[in-house]
Write a protein that binds this ligand. Structure first.
Ligand code: PHE
Length: 369
């Protein structure tokens, strides 16, 4: 009986040795150690033995069970390791291969221009501030010195939410018509002194070749002591020269009116006409030249500073607001604003910018398209 069992053991070990897969090993395990397996049957014989027989047979049978079980475990481990090796071998990555050519996205000119502006103004000590596109009446109008009945409200073609959507202060909710509410939010949140730009989307119910219901502005705000118009003019000149990458930028400041600035200044830039296209540079008064309206600005109205919780006797400042889409059109030569928002892949690949080419002052802010 014992030689019979020895043969069975060596047989099992030999088959285990030759097993090529986890499935083979499992089959051998079931045959030996499964409920109806031959080792399980051997174990059951112990119950029918006399205590003396059991004393010698017990350790012997347990020994057989342990040898087979250990061999199965060892084979399993070896097979798993080999499988892992094989899989790793098929999954090697050749890092020396060139990157495959895949369709690539591009950075939209609006994003590009906003990045350029952030870079230029960061160099002048401005940080970037943001505010919600869904605003309330108070931030968008009242705190900017446009009370309920103010005629300037009518000029904004505002998208209002229904009366069931009210601000906590009871005011109407609306889509912000300009980035100027960020002036108020930032002054309230951060106090003074302050130097920020606030790029973002704005909305007006208006649509033709030069107006879309959604467009982009960048707001600028400086609050400090003893700020005057000279600071505003220098800042705008420095910014526009850096943005258009030329020193040949001539500005004309015209008196204007915004409820939130006093005095208010409309800024025009001189251009020439070359091959039927407007090219920035030179005085707009020179022969063959003209002036183009570029942005609105002014000294922050005392009332606005007070609305934002600051003391207007201590703090002054200037603010400006400029259309980002318009800046992009002027710099990169598009002539229809609506195409900006069509999502046409051909337009995007023509006018878009590489995502790997971040605008920097040292590299020239206008990264190459
Ligand atoms: N918010 C104004 C507009 O949208 C622009 C502006 C901003 C004017 C800041 C003066 C100061 O037309």
């Amino acid at each position: 009986m014992s030689t019979e069992q020895e043969k069975q053991v060596s047989d099992t070990l030999a088959r285990l040795d030759a097993a090529a897969s986890a499935g083979d090993v499992e089959a051998i395990r079931v045959e030996a150690l499964g409920k109806a397996g031959w080792i399980s049957a051997l174990m059951k014989t112990l119950g029918k033995m006399t205590p003396e027989e059991r004393q010698s047979e017990g350790p012997r049978i347990q020994g057989i069970r342990a040898r087979v079980a250990d061999a199965i475990e060892a084979k399993k481990t070896a097979l798993e390791a080999a499988e892992l090796e094989a899989r790793l071998a098929t999954e090697t990555l050749d890092l020396t291969l060139p990157a495959p050519s895949v369709p690539k996205g591009s950075v939209h000119p609006v994003s590009q221009v906003m990045d350029e502006l952030s870079e230029i103004f960061a160099d002048l000590g401005f940080s970037v501030a943001t505010g919600p596109e869904i605003e309330d009446d108070w931030y968008n109008f009242t705190a900017l010195n446009m009370p309920e009945s103010h005629p300037a409200r009518a000029m904004h073609d505002t998208f209002y939410f229904g009366d069931n959507h009210r601000a906590p202060n009871g005011g109407k909710m609306l889509l912000r018509t300009h980035t100027s509410p960020v002036q108020i939010r930032t002054m309230i949140a951060e106090g003074a002194p302050l130097r920020i730009i606030a790029p973002g989307r704005v909305y007006r119910s208006d649509s033709d070749a030069t107006h879309t219901p959604m467009f982009h502005q960048v707001e600028g705000l400086v609050i400090d002591r003893d700020i005057h118009l000279g600071h505003l003019k220098w800042t705008l000149e420095t910014f526009l020269k850096a943005f258009f990458e030329t020193d040949d930028i001539v500005l004309r400041l015209r008196p204007s009116y915004f409820p939130f600035t006093e005095p208010s200044v409309e800024v025009d830039v001189g251009f020439a006409i070359e091959n039927g296209k407007r090219v920035l540079g030179g005085s707009g008064d020179a022969p063959g030249h003209g002036w183009m309206e570029l942005l609105g600005s002014g000294m922050v109205n005392r009332r606005v500073i007070a609305f934002a919780g600051l003391d207007p006797d201590e703090w002054q400042g200037f603010a400006f607001g400029v259309g980002v889409d318009r800046l992009a059109m002027l710099k990169y030569g598009m002539d229809d604003l609506r195409a900006f928002f069509d999502g046409d892949a051909r337009w995007l690949s023509h006018y878009g910018f590489s995502g790997l080419d971040q605008p920097t002052l040292s590299g020239g802010v206008g990264a190459k398209a």
